[in-house]
Design a protein around this ligand. Structure first.
Ligand SMILES: [Zn+2]
Length: 75
């Protein structure tokens, strides 16, 4: 294992090689799917999209409720 690979940001798996010795292999960690900050449901569309306000942060349903309650002045 190389010095820059000795970190918690990578996953290390131990596999046996055909010669019989075991070796440490470095795998990438799976990234978590982004979820809504209010209802915790997984977000749709591309990850971290910034085309809409709060895009990549809260879902379209929660944003709709948020905008409506702000415009009505009740929140
Ligand atoms: Zn939501």
């Amino acid at each position: 294992m190389k010095p820059f690979q000795r970190t918690n940001s990578v996953r290390v798996v131990y596999r046996k090689t055909p010669s019989g010795s075991s070796r440490a292999l470095v795998r990438r960690r799976k990234s978590n799917k982004s979820t809504c900050a209010i209802c915790k449901k997984p977000l749709r569309g591309s990850v971290g999209s910034k085309q809409r306000i709060y895009g990549g942060y809260i879902c379209h349903r929660c944003l709709q409720h948020l905008i409506k309650s702000t415009m009505r002045g009740t929140s």
